[in-house]
Write a protein of this length. Structure first.
Length: 270
């Protein structure tokens, strides 16, 4: 047992239980009241007066979640977050990543001022949140009804968006892993990458599920936990080559995320 593990194991259970509840409450207060009383005026101004509403909303999303993770690190005993230096520098790329926790998507939003992602279609119907993700230019996960035009327009404009420095990040598993093992990869994002002739950056997240465990409401604090985001692969597929297939690209990315990656660059050092 490490020195840090011994430190937290010495805490009585009721201290951990209290800390879990306090951290959860403070975080949700930031998420709700912080948005309503501090950030909503900036969103409203951008909605009505910004010359580029989509870009303004994406930047505000980035700032909002960046401060949320700063807050989490300050108030969560045992938590640290390491973002490898190459990760925030990614531009004009399709980003694919493993998926462990609900925190993963907002963590990636916090890293890029120009970001789009694919969101489950039902969330577009949620009051306020639905308007924010719609105005941010995020894509629905499925077509049908009013989502048809949104999805088609988003994909048609993606190449230009990427060329201007934006990123599209996607979790090809589609849902969180319950046991840490990777699930089936949806090929949709790789078809978008082919359509846009875009480079593919492969990220790997570790330990986000240790802080916010699947099926649990409370944050898990008072345990040593180092969340990391690393650049595990940097791919420039030959989309026009005879040997290229979407299935092959999918398998290559899955292999990289599984750990059969390149050298040590792009990693968070302990």
């Amino acid at each position: 047992m490490s020195k840090e593990q011994k430190k937290f194991s010495a805490y009585p259970p009721y201290i951990k239980a209290l800390a879990d509840r306090v951290v959860t409450i403070i975080t949700w207060l930031y998420f709700t009241l912080g948005f309503i009383f501090f950030f909503s005026p900036f969103y409203l101004y951008s909605y009505f007066f910004s010359g580029n509403r989509e870009a303004s909303f994406q930047k505000l999303n980035c700032i909002f979640y960046k401060y949320m993770f700063i807050l989490l690190q300050k108030i969560s005993p045992g938590l640290s977050i390491c973002i490898a230096g190459e990760v925030p520098a990614v531009r004009s790329s399709i980003i694919v990543c493993n998926h462990l926790s609900y925190l993963d998507s907002i963590l990636l939003v916090s890293l890029y001022e120009k970001q789009k992602t694919i969101v489950k279609s039902r969330f577009f119907k949620v009051p306020v949140f639905g308007q924010v993700i719609r105005a941010s230019g995020y894509l629905p996960s499925s077509a049908g009804g009013s989502f048809d035009e949104m999805l088609i327009t988003g994909i048609e404009g993606m190449a230009a968006y990427l060329a201007e420095g934006g990123n599209l990040f996607v979790f090809p598993e589609g849902t969180r892993s319950r046991d840490g093992k990777m699930g089936h990869f949806n090929k949709g994002v790789f078809k978008i990458a082919k359509h846009c002739r875009a480079p593919v950056k492969v990220l790997r997240i570790r330990n986000s599920d240790k802080l916010f465990r699947p099926g649990k409401f409370l944050f898990n604090t008072c345990v040593p936990n180092r969340i990391t985001v690393e650049l595990a692969g940097d791919l420039y597929p030959d989309y026009g080559g005879d040997g290229f297939t979407v299935s092959g690209l999918t398998a290559q990315v899955k292999s990289i995320i599984a750990g059969r990656d390149r050298d040590g660059s792009g990693r968070c050092e302990p």
